[in-house]
Design a protein around this ligand. Structure first.
Ligand code: NAD
Ligand code: UDP
Length: 318
């Protein structure tokens, strides 16, 4: 049994990770400032004597004794990370420094939730880990993209300079139950709109692509990578390599929700990547990992979750 810190543990991915780590018999400390996370995501864990919750902001130092750290704290949806871009950079950069400093002092192993956004609007497709990316340093998405890039730099420097045991994972678009209904990401938006028969908002002409990974597949990848040999630092891509146009996603959600919604085309946001799909050769070879959940199956589970929220008036109605 290990003691494991999950920063951002009350968020979408973090809450599932806390639950999985508890089920595997570990002690779990969930740290969150509740900017985009919610107590409702973890309320069912509070009775577990191996679970602890700390309200804290990772831009400030903290002293804890743990064996492993998963550093997930950071708003992930464009709506939320652009709400206060300076704070987003602080969370990624100062948060990384604080968590790496902690890992160094207590000799913990630390995993960084990096992102496919480090590739920006990629001109190499699909994206292997060796690709350096095409990122605008001064655009609307830069606070997130450059913050995460700088965090990767800090992780490598703490590893090289101070021998901190690090793991960098580049997570591609992930979806599932407990996504915030109001966070503006495409899967949650389309499902909530379709369930209410409201217009489905496609930004641009819907030809831009993403590859959508169900939360369970991501958790398998994160946990396997954390467990692999200390000499392996990453970065490693963890994502589904089935690529879909946003218009295709809209059509599938409409069909699965049996919805009467019409499609409404809205302007494409600034610097919205045209294409995104991971090259997962490294994860296949190193971890024997690939995403298993088909989009249709993952969407059905996510639709059931949002349907439940809407029926109990717990979803923000867009
Ligand atoms: P989320 O917004 O649901 O979760 C982020 C959590 O971090 C929230 O609970 C939030 O309250 C907390 N947080 C934010 N700033 C904080 C701070 N300064 N101090 C303490 N807590 C703070 O997002 P998510 O989708 O669960 O993403 C989790 C991590 O995974 C993020 O680091 C994100 O960048 C990364 N990621 C997610 C995706 C995705 O598709 N969901 C893709 C790539 C990377
Ligand atoms: N998108 C859309 N309609 C929405 C929300 C998003 O067409 O209501 C598009 C968005 O412009 C982008 C894609 O869907 O091209 C994925 O957006 P999301 O915010 O989920 O993730 P990211 O852009 O960070 O990959």
């Amino acid at each position: 049994m290990k003691t494991i810190l999950v920063t951002g543990g009350a968020g979408f991915i973090g809450s599932h990770l806390c639950e999985r780590l508890l089920n595997e018999g570990n002690e779990v400390i969930c740290l969150d400032n509740f900017f985009t996370g919610a107590k409702s995501n973890i309320v069912h864990l509070l009775d577990n004597h191996r679970f602890e919750l700390i309200r804290h902001d990772i831009t400030k130092e903290i002293f804890l004794e743990v064996d492993e750290i998963y550093n997930l704290a950071c708003p992930a949806s464009p709506v939320h990370y652009q709400y206060n871009p300076i704070k987003t950079v602080k969370t990624s950069v100062m948060g990384a420094i604080n968590m790496l400093g902690l890992a160094k002092r207590i000799r913990a192993k630390i995993l960084q939730a990096s992102t496919s956004e480090v590739y920006g609007d990629p001109d190499v497709h699909p994206q292997p880990e060796s690709y350096w990316g095409n990122v605008n340093p001064i655009g609307k998405r830069s606070c997130y993209d450059e913050g995460k890039r700088c965090a990767e730099t800090l992780f490598m420097d703490y590893h090289n300079q101070n021998k901190v045991r690090i793991k960098i994972v580049r997570i591609f678009n992930t979806y599932g139950p407990r996504m915030q209904p109001d966070d503006g990401r495409v899967v949650s938006n389309f499902i909530i709109q379709a369930l209410q028969n409201k217009p489905i908002t496609i930004y641009g002409d819907g030809s831009q692509s993403r590859s959508f990974q169900y939360i369970d597949d991501l958790l398998d990848g994160l946990i396997r990578f954390m467990a692999c040999d200390d000499s392996i630092t990453g970065p490693i891509n963890i994502g589904n390599d089935n690529e879909f146009a946003i218009r295709e996603l809209a059509e599938l959600v409409l069909e699965l929700c049996n919805s009467r919604s019409v499609i409404e085309y809205l302007p494409l946001p600034e610097n919205d990547p045209v294409q995104r799909c991971p090259d997962i050769s490294y994860a296949r070879e190193l971890l024997d990992w690939k995403a298993k959940v088909q989009l249709k199956d993952g969407l059905l589970k996510t639709i059931a979750y949002f349907d439940g929220l809407l029926k109990t008036n717990r979803a923000v109605i867009k």
